[in-house]
Design a protein around this ligand. Structure first.
Ligand code: NAD
Length: 324
């Protein structure tokens, strides 16, 4: 960033928004956190609660704000406002309600945001709403980002780590790409542990899991299913998900405000990749102070190419239906 006092504005003080503010405060990522919500009382209550813990962390100014005070001079504006998935609902079921909410929110944001601000969309269905934000805001595509499959990728790494006797998840380079939703998939062809492919890793490690790659394909499929169904499982158990998504959001914000140039699978604008274009989907992307610098053009296997196209078709269909 061009200054040392990052300001982050969170639109939506619900479970995800409030937990994001708390996580930002704990990690010392932002110097200023503005919280905006149509429910002013909720945003004020969350700000007050967080402020009462300020003496234990780095100085951070946290306050409830309207769009004007909230968005002015913000480096990153995170949108978590809108309806959340309920038990039995898919992310795509939320589209009508949340597009309507986004129309009012984005018009307010663009009135006050500086032209270099990064807009980070978290509300579901995130790929569709990031595209909506890009179109409504008129901001360059690199400055409009969706949280995408950053969370799903973290879930994948956690599950692979568990599968391989708790190997540090940081040593696992494997990505979930495509839609943040039911058509998402892991790129097994590019997955690596400690710099070697999964296949080589299985051959070279001498633990009880050192089976041939072919034999663990069923296990890998079940890991994929577990990742895909994680949110459903958590929502059924406790109503909503917020801790891991808040950490995912903070890692994206940190990459932006510290200009880290970190590679993460955010939802990014796809100009042309395997024939897929004019859409937001997740691919490993370089994230820094300008938002997404570029995405990595992974070599996908023929099967993975099909899955990516299917994911794109699903999201495109919703965008088209939503236009009417
Ligand atoms: P929540 O119901 O707890 O909070 C939503 C908040 O939005 C509420 O405080 C509400 O007052 C506010 N809001 C509604 N309309 C508004 C408007 N017009 N202007 C300003 N504020 C408004 O929901 P949550 O659990 O915090 O989830 C928020 C969103 O994040 C949902 O869409 C959910 O599906 C999504 N989510 C995404 C991911 C991801 O990986 N992308 C993960 C978890 C949740």
């Amino acid at each position: 960033m061009k200054h040392n006092y990052p300001k982050v504005t969170i639109i939506g003080a619900g479970n995800v928004g409030a937990t994001t503010a708390y996580t930002l405060m704990l990690l010392g990522v932002a110097r200023e956190i503005a919280i905006v919500d149509s429910n002013v009382q909720k945003a004020s209550g969350e700000s007050l609660d967080l402020n009462h813990g300020i003496s234990f962390v780095n100085p951070t100014s946290i306050y409830q704000a309207d769009y004007k005070d909230g968005c002015q001079n913000a480096d990153v504006i995170v949108i978590t406002a809108g309806a959340a998935q309920k038990e039995g609902e898919t992310r795509l079921d939320l589209i009508k309600t949340n597009t309507k909410i986004f129309k009012s929110i984005i018009s307010e944001i663009v009135k006050y945001a500086k032209k270099e601000a990064i807009l980070l969309v978290v509300t579901n269905p995130v790929d569709v709403l990031t595209y909506v934000t890009y179109k409504l805001s008129g901001f360059p595509s690199n400055q409009v980002i969706g949280s995408g499959t950053v969370l799903d990728t973290s879930r994948l790494r956690f599950l692979i780590s568990q599968h391989f006797q708790g190997i540090n998840a940081k040593n696992i380079h494997a990505y979930i790409i495509g839609e943040h939703g039911d058509t998402e998939f892991p790129v097994w062809s590019n997955a690596q542990i400690g710099g070697v492919t999964l296949e080589k890793y299985l051959k070279s490690c001498s633990n009880k899991n050192s089976k041939p790659y072919k034999e663990i394909e069923t296990e890998l499929k079940s890991i994929h299913e577990d990742v895909k169904n994680s949110a459903y499982k958590i929502i059924a158990a406790k109503g909503s998900t917020y801790y891991a998504i808040a950490l995912s959001i903070c890692s994206i914000i940190k990459a932006i405000v510290r200009n880290e140039q970190t590679i993460m699978p955010v939802s990014t604008f796809i100009d042309d990749y395997y024939g897929v274009k004019d859409i937001y989907l997740s691919l490993p992307s370089l994230v820094g102070q300008n938002g997404v610098e570029y995405f990595l053009r992974l070599d996908l296997s023929p099967e993975e190419q099909k899955l990516f196209k299917k994911s794109a078709q699903t999201v495109k269909k919703i965008i088209e239906e939503n236009r009417q």
